[in-house]
Design a protein around this ligand. Structure first.
Ligand SMILES: [Zn+2]
Length: 162
């Protein structure tokens, strides 16, 4: 088995869409920065990459590369999953913590869990998601994600591409 951990944060900016865990959420602000700013998918991608000791998301998909401007973060997640599979592992479970003042994640938590599970090809019961507000952290304008993943040896060996 392998364990992986990822962290990410983005700043809220007005006038852009908000995406968290691959789900579009209705809000007056979105997350700026690298790609579509999906803080949860970025932390998840880094957790998966870290679990197989691969280079991190910033090394594989550099924010300086205009190719990734506004990109769908699902692309990064798929790239990380490919590395996990090529290393002979599959995802056992994921546990995530989202920290932001607004919007409230609670009403969207089951939709986010279902989408993340779908993207990972696991059951929703294998995706934990906790939402916290940044009490005492002075992070009112930021979204933060922490993600832990557990990988297990894949049942069947995967064909390696040459
Ligand atoms: Zn990010």
């Amino acid at each position: 088995m392998r364990i992986g951990y990822g962290f990410d944060s983005h700043e809220f900016r007005p006038g852009i869409p908000l995406k968290i865990g691959g789900i579009a959420l209705a809000h007056d602000q979105g997350l700026g920065g690298h790609s579509d700013g999906d803080v949860l998918l970025h932390a998840l991608t880094d957790a998966l990459l870290g679990a197989v000791a691969a280079p991190d998301i910033g090394a594989l998909f550099p924010p300086s590369d205009p190719k990734w401007k506004g990109a769908d973060s699902v692309i990064f997640l798929r790239g990380a999953l490919k590395r996990v599979r090529n290393a002979g592992y599959s995802v056992a479970n994921v546990d995530a913590c989202l920290i932001m003042t607004a919007p409230k994640i609670g009403p969207h938590a089951s939709a986010i869990r279902a989408q993340v599970a779908k993207l990972l090809g696991v059951d929703a019961s294998c995706v934990g998601l906790k939402a916290k507000t940044p009490e005492g952290l002075n992070l009112e304008n930021a979204a933060v994600a922490h993600v832990a993943v557990l990988l297990e040896k894949a049942q069947k060996p995967h064909r390696r591409k040459r």
